[in-house]
Design a protein around this ligand. Structure first.
Ligand code: BES
Ligand code: MN
Ligand code: ZN
Length: 495
């Protein structure tokens, strides 16, 4: 999709659809002018309560040549005083989804004029790009009915911004959404395609495009190094486990990096502790943390962020097999701590604990991991927020701030020592699964045992990586969660 900026009067601009934002409790000049041109049609819609500007509502009308625009798409912005970037992003997402549904191939938008001039343009571009996503690679029927949205023109630069600044904001949104799209594509791909090797190839290709350093540790190296927890999870599969490492240097050769670690289970059958069949297909999404790390590197490099970043993705397929690890097995992790594997379905923390320990050799200023780690997180927070835990107040605060700004919600859970009681094993240092109670937290507590004194935060994205029903900026399916949050976090610390 193309996004352009044009200084043109919306009332004189010919387009298949003119998009305007409407408040519930205020009318602006453009609204009134459109209403007048359409002989009071908008006032009639409001009087009939057919469209009153509430959030998450849109209304398309034909102008019948009363305006140069063929259609007018009214987009609800809610109460004027409540308008923020996230609301604008969602309005833009709703608009593009309505245009796509009506098979209108291009539009001219004025949504950005409603918000904060410093940020609104970026938010509208972001919402539009995010809301227009679709994954259709495996649909072979009715190709002629496939719909491709061509482009959006943003009418009038926002007050106080020159063309160059406005153009840069579009570029920023495009680069960020490229990262989100990469993450969504990876998560959408089925498990027979997005294997550990596929993730490694994707990382290599990304490194080539952006001149990043890339190293893939293969099975023999993992064994030599002693990453036995990762190996234990991967050895029941015909697809060998790997450790993917990507390095982006946006802040010179010497600065200590931020390290991002993403869970890359390409399919989670549960292993010998096998999962029930119903819904198991969703476990192709168990590499969403790894996908978010790749997407974040894509976006960070595309933006040329002035930070040093290392992305680490432990990747494996969790399968039952004659060679698979079994409940009761004990492994010595890279850190030297021994782990009794009491449940092979608690595999995420096993691959992560070795990756988190490995990551410390980069002496990170901060380390953030993302993982579809626990069903318990979904029980606790549903699909509205990712679980956030960690050992550093400031890092947690910064992530909360980034979350508020970008609209990817997080909610903090405690990691008190007492939670660790159930993770103690009779025969080893730790066991990988405790009781069901507080399962999201006990998983976080387990990871904490492997980060030593490094500033660290953990995001459990089990409930947010995949959307069963469409949202304004997330068509049904993969959300790409984590990319925008991390980019927002990195942009804030870059300054
Ligand atoms: N990948 C799952 C967690 C998950 C569940 C992600 C639902 C997305 C949606 C993880 O590996 C898992 O199986 N966790 C177990 C841990 C338990 C055995 C301690 C769980 O949550 O049941
Ligand atoms: Mn599992
Ligand atoms: Zn899993």
């Amino acid at each position: 999709m193309k996004i352009e900026l044009l200084s043109s009067n919306p009332l004189k601009h010919a387009t298949p659809a003119l998009v305007i934002g409407c408040f519930e409790d205020a009318r602006d000049e453009l609204y009134n002018a459109c209403d007048a041109a359409l002989a009071g049609c908008l006032a009639r819609l409001a009087a009939n309560k057919e469209f009153s500007g509430k959030v998450n509502t849109v209304r398309m009308i034909h102008t019948l040549a009363k305006l140069p625009a063929e259609r007018l798409l009214l987009v609800g912005l809610g109460k004027k005083a409540e308008l923020d970037d996230e609301r604008l992003r969602q309005a833009a997402g709703n608009a593009i989804q309505a245009l796509r549904a009506a098979r209108v191939a291009s539009s001219a938008s004025t949504l950005h004029l409603a918000g904060n001039p410093r940020t609104a343009l970026e938010a509208v571009c972001e919402g539009t790009l995010l809301g227009s996503y679709s994954f259709e690679q495996y649909k072979t029927k009715n190709m002629e009915e496939r719909f491709n949205f061509e482009g959006m023109t943003l009418l009038l630069p926002p007050k106080g911004l020159n063309r160059k600044e406005a153009g840069a904001m579009i570029g920023t949104a495009v680069a960020i959404c490229r990262g989100v799209t990469l993450a969504r594509d990876l998560v959408s791909q089925p498990g027979n395609v997005a294997t550990t090797g596929y993730l490694a190839e994707t990382a290599r290709e990304l490194a080539l495009r952006h001149k990043l350093a890339c190293r893939i540790l293969e099975m023999d190296e993992l064994e030599q190094l002693g990453m036995n927890a990762l190996v234990a999870v991967g050895k029941g599969s015909a697809e060998p486990p790997r450790l993917i490492v990507l390095e982006y240097r946006g802040a010179g050769d010497t600065g200590r990096p931020v390290v991002l670690v993403g869970k890359g289970i390409t399919f989670d059958s549960g292993g010998i502790s096998i999962k029930p069949g119903a819904g198991m297909e969703e476990m192709k999404t168990d590499m969403a943390g790894g996908a978010a790390v790749l997407g974040t590197l894509e976006a960070a490099a595309g933006l040329g962020l002035g930070v040093n970043l290392v992305g680490i993705i432990p990747t494996a397929e969790n399968m039952p097999d004659g060679k698979a690890c079994k409940p009761g097995d004990v492994v010595t992790s890279l850190s030297g701590q021994t782990i009794e594997i009491t449940n092979t379905d608690a595999e995420g923390r096993l691959i992560l604990c070795d990756a988190l320990h490995y990551a410390q050799k980069y002496r990170p200023t901060a380390m953030i991991d993302l993982a579809t780690l626990t069903g318990a997180c979904v029980v606790a927070l549903g699909h509205e927020a990712s679980g956030l835990m960690g050992n550093d107040k400031r890092l947690i605060e910064r992530l909360k701030q980034a979350a508020t700004r970008c609209g990817e919600r997080v909610w903090e859970l405690p990691l008190w020592d007492e939670y660790g009681e159930v993770m103690k094993s009779d025969i080893a240092d730790l066991k990988n699964a405790g009781s069901r109670d507080g399962g999201c937290i006990t998983a976080g507590w387990f990871l904490k045992q492997f980060v030593a004194k490094t500033r660290w935060a953990h995001l459990d994205i089990a409930g947010t990586a995949w959307c069963d029903k469409a949202r304004p900026c997330i068509p049904k399916g993969a959300s790409g969660v984590g990319v925008r949050l991390l980019i927002q976090f990195l942009r804030a610390i870059e300054k």
